[in-house]
Design a protein around this ligand. Structure first.
Ligand code: PAF
Length: 326
């Protein structure tokens, strides 16, 4: 029996560290809140920047956290683990990678994931959750959606720009897991994490977030504008309206109900976030791959299976591809 196969007890689960996969802004926020019981998993190159000894798998460093409203950075001790050489069993994991990196990042730590591990996926879009469930069927999966606003100024320097809410719900419960583990998982995230709510049905919220992102994010890249600037030109607003109509038609076909008419909801979000650049705009301007394949791309591939054509979503993706945005 390998170390990762030894069944875990509730006492062990309770004290086990929280691992964070994805050291971006969200990952750093969670690592900060859960410190000193958090460990960020990093690539060997990154790990080597913080230690002179590549053979060790764990090192301590500082994580700086700042609220935009206050200029004083708070520092907490933070542990980094080398994704390649870390081998102690991981029981509690939060994944904050980009949707397209989720599967490869999880595969890299597969050898050290305890069979009873609980994994929380926090990312934009859809498709990665289904892929993780398929490849990691024995693990208990949670998914979440967040309205927290944060950015990093450097690695391990996070600025908490907008206080938001994180909503989490079960995606897949493994029969192997101890019944108490879920309760411990929830209680620790509520106690030490950011403003967290647990709900039983997370899918409707994820669909709603997907629908909103699909009608905003790509357009902000196409028009190279802030969210609010989609409201100020009739041509841009027409695009928003058409994307909303097609998305609603698609959701109707999938029998997914939205609580508010989508165009109304999207216009509200655009007003609320008028001065923000969308996450996809930020990725595109920093020449990083975007999550659009897990947003509009996911909707288009699901719609195809239903025999639905979504011309505005297709045109958006084609025009973005012509600009070299994927
Ligand atoms: O992806 C984003 O940036 C956000 O979800 C949203 C709602 C578009 C606001 O900027």
């Amino acid at each position: 029996m390998t170390k990762t196969n030894v069944p875990s007890s509730p006492e062990h689960f309770q004290t086990a560290p929280w691992f964070i996969l994805g050291g971006g802004a969200m990952g750093c926020l969670w690592a900060y809140d859960l410190a000193p019981n958090s460990i960020i998993l990093v690539k060997p190159e990154r790990y080597l920047q913080y230690t002179n000894d590549p053979s060790t798998a764990l090192t301590a460093t500082k994580l700086s956290y700042q609220k935009t409203s206050q200029n004083i950075p708070c520092i907490r001790e933070c542990r980094l683990a080398n994704i390649r050489s870390y081998s102690s069993p991981i029981l509690k994991l939060i994944v904050t990678t980009k949707a397209q990196d989720t599967l490869s990042a999880l595969t890299a730590i597969q050898h050290t994931l305890h069979p009873q591990a609980h994994i929380l996926l926090l990312q934009n879009g859809m498709g990665s959750q289904q892929a993780v469930k398929e490849q990691f069927p024995m693990h208990t999966l949670w998914c979440g959606s967040t309205t927290q606003g944060a950015y990093t100024t450097d690695f391990l320097h996070v600025v908490h720009a907008g206080l938001g809410q994180t909503t989490i719900g079960p995606w897949h419960t493994s029969s192997d897991t101890h019944p108490h583990f879920s309760a411990i998982f929830q209680q620790q995230l509520i106690t030490y994490g950011q403003q967290v709510t647990f709900i039983n049905e997370i899918q409707p919220l994820l669909w709603q977030k997907l629908a909103i992102n699909a009608c905003i994010n790509g357009l902000t890249v196409l028009f190279e504008c802030k969210n609010g600037e989609l409201l100020t030109s009739p041509n841009r607003l027409k695009w928003v309206e058409k994307l909303c109509q097609e998305t609603e038609q698609f959701l109707d076909n999938k029998q997914i109900a939205l609580t508010t008419p989508l165009f109304q909801h999207v216009c509200h979000v655009l007003k609320q976030t008028a001065e923000n650049y969308s996450s996809t705009y930020m990725d595109a301007t920093h020449q990083r791959p975007t999550e659009l394949m897990y947003i509009n791309g996911f909707i288009l591939s699901e719609a195809k299976q239903l025999g639905l054509l979504l011309p505005s979503h297709t045109a958006l993706m084609v025009q973005l591809a012509q600009k070299g945005i994927f």
